[in-house]
Design a protein around this ligand. Structure first.
Ligand code: ATP
Length: 253
């Protein structure tokens, strides 16, 4: 256990979001504590991405509050919201690398766009340091098309880390990867937490990823978190039929 569960970095209360008659989030409460990895599980269409989009201000809630690093996101002016967004690293499902840029240029891009006045030496140090961290120093001059799916994921994570976010959001980090590469990415998620002291939300359908990376699980069912706790608390000892069917569904799929 890496968190003492005292300091909250995210606090969500009574969050509701509907699209016309589609009531996606029906009063969601969730805490993310400093230095923990929280795994969010839920079937396709259960609202995991909507939750993340609300957190980073890409969507607006109908009701409820989202506090991030002590700030109520709804009350922030755009400039303050943008400043807060820089503290949240979003590792997209598809890595979202720019195909026409080398690995070095991909990593430099968020840095030079957001931080003015860095010297070439400072930029190089940061880029090279992060590539070392994710175990891919030799890819620096390669194009994304020359990388494997797992390597792209690692570079995507490195690029997200370059602005030193306090909170990491991983959107299905192991989707589409072979089992061995999944293990590598799970280990990287844990390593990132140790090295960069991040607090993370990991969205996944992969129960191995959930077990290996998550201090706590939160299962989104019918618009609310039905169960929140350690993997064993939520799954091994669960008697709730909704949780059981979710667990079975994941293995049948
Ligand atoms: N911008 C939007 N406009 C209308 N409906 C939307 C919008 N975004 C999401 N939805 C709806 O909200 C519901 C939840 O979608 P969401 O993408 O959050 O699911 P998810 O849990 O992330 O699914 P998956 O695991 O497949 O990625 C879906 O019914 C979807 O159609």
């Amino acid at each position: 256990m890496h968190s003492d569960y005292t300091e909250k970095v995210v606090e969500i209360r009574g969050l509701k979001k509907s699209f016309d008659e589609n009531h996606v989030l029906k009063g969601v409460d969730l805490d993310l504590f400093k230095s923990e990895n929280l795994v969010v599980l839920g079937k396709s269409g259960s609202g995991k991405s909507v939750l993340i989009k609300l957190m980073v201000g890409l969507l607006r809630q109908d009701e409820g509050t989202i506090k991030i690093l002590g700030k109520d996101t709804e009350k922030l002016k755009l400039k303050e919201l943008n400043k807060l967004r820089l503290k949240i690293g979003f590792a997209f499902q598809a890595s979202a690398l720019y195909d026409s840029m080398t690995v070095r240029e991909n990593l430099e891009f968020p840095l030079t766009r957001n931080i003015k006045g860095l010297t070439r030496k400072e930029i190089n140090l940061k880029v090279e340091g992060l590539l070392d961290s994710v175990g891919l120093p030799n890819t620096i001059n390669q194009m994304p098309a020359e990388l494997s799916g797992g390597q792209k994921k690692r570079i995507g994570i490195a690029r997200t880390l370059i602005l030193e976010p306090e909170i990491m959001l991983y959107d299905e980090p192991t989707a589409g990867l072979d089992p061995t590469t999944c293990i590598d990415i799970n280990n990287l998620i844990n390593q990132v937490r140790e090295e960069y002291n991040t607090s993370s939300i990991v969205i996944t359908h992969d129960l191995t990823c959930a077990k290996v990376t998550g201090d706590r699980m939160a299962v989104l069912i019918e618009g609310q978190f039905e169960a929140v706790g350690t993997f064993d608390e939520v799954f091994t000892t669960a008697s709730d039929p909704k949780i059981k069917s979710f667990y079975d569904y994941n293995f049948i799929k």
